[in-house]
Design a protein around this ligand. Structure first.
Ligand SMILES: [Zn+2]
Length: 259
């Protein structure tokens, strides 16, 4: 039993202990090029939740990791078979209920650990702000390492590219598909351009239709991925986030919090 992982704890332990910080991982169910599993973002979120909570716990944080939500918003993959969509309003309502449940149990500091770009929780933070006693923190893990990305990786990763494949090779290589020569069973992750320069250059944004944007759902070249790159990425994330969990755990949620 890991003393920071709720799904493994029993009532004998939990009824005697008041946790300070809760971490809720959220993923999604969708294809990732030809080589990565549908549960990829869910596996990533759970894996990072495990790593940061374990390190945080060992460094003194009073933290509990909740079970991972395996569904997210994938409306832009509606033409990809067995992409399972939960609309933003439904997902926000679901996460909101979990937050209110935690608040009812006296937890005042809650971290949403999001592993999927289609899940946008900032609107939920804004909506709940000032209406509940708990404080919400959004950890979109893939954004929190953007400053180190160029040092670790050769090419950008939008979806199932070098970063995500490196993580998978490091932590669940048995779920990374290869062809008969041992090469990744993946295309180059090239993406198509729309007819509008303003869209292509990011001046305006759209919900990108994934079946038109990509060839096999991958956006980003995965072929330079290695397990070592994945481990180094996780080291950076664990260092940053375990320290944050300790600080959050020790912080008094007074009227000036978090200042
Ligand atoms: Zn992903």
């Amino acid at each position: 039993m890991r003393p920071w992982k709720l799904a493994e704890l029993n009532y004998a332990v939990v009824k005697e202990h008041q946790f300070e910080v809760a971490v809720l991982p959220i993923g999604c169910t969708e294809p990732h090029n030809l080589h990565l599993p549908y549960g990829n973002d869910t596996f990533e979120s759970e894996l990072l939740g495990d790593k940061i909570c374990e390190a945080g716990h060992e460094a003194g944080a009073n933290v509990v990791l909740l079970p991972t939500i395996p569904y997210g918003t994938v409306t832009n993959q509606r033409d990809c078979p067995l992409s399972i969509n939960v609309n933003p309003s439904t997902l926000n309502a679901f996460v909101r209920d979990i937050v209110l449940s935690l608040e009812g149990h006296g937890i005042r500091k809650i971290v949403l650990l999001n592993g999927h770009g289609g899940n946008e929780f900032k609107s939920l933070l804004r909506e709940l702000y000032g209406t509940i006693r708990a404080h919400l923190f959004l950890f979109n893990w893939y954004q929190s390492v953007s400053d180190t990305y160029d040092k670790l990786f050769d090419s950008p990763d939008d979806h199932a590219g070098e970063m995500e494949t490196s993580l998978a090779l490091a932590y669940y290589p048995e779920l990374v598909a290869r062809d008969e020569r041992g090469k990744l069973l993946a295309d180059e992750g090239a993406t198509a351009e729309t007819r509008f320069e303003a869209v292509n250059r990011g001046w305006v944004s759209i919900t990108r239709p994934w079946h038109l944007l990509t060839t096999n759902t991958g956006a980003g070249n995965p072929h330079a991925a290695t397990a070592d790159k994945g481990k180094r990425l996780v080291q950076v994330l664990v260092q940053r986030m375990s320290r944050f969990l300790v600080e959050l755990s020790n912080a008094d949620p007074d009227e000036k919090f978090p200042f």
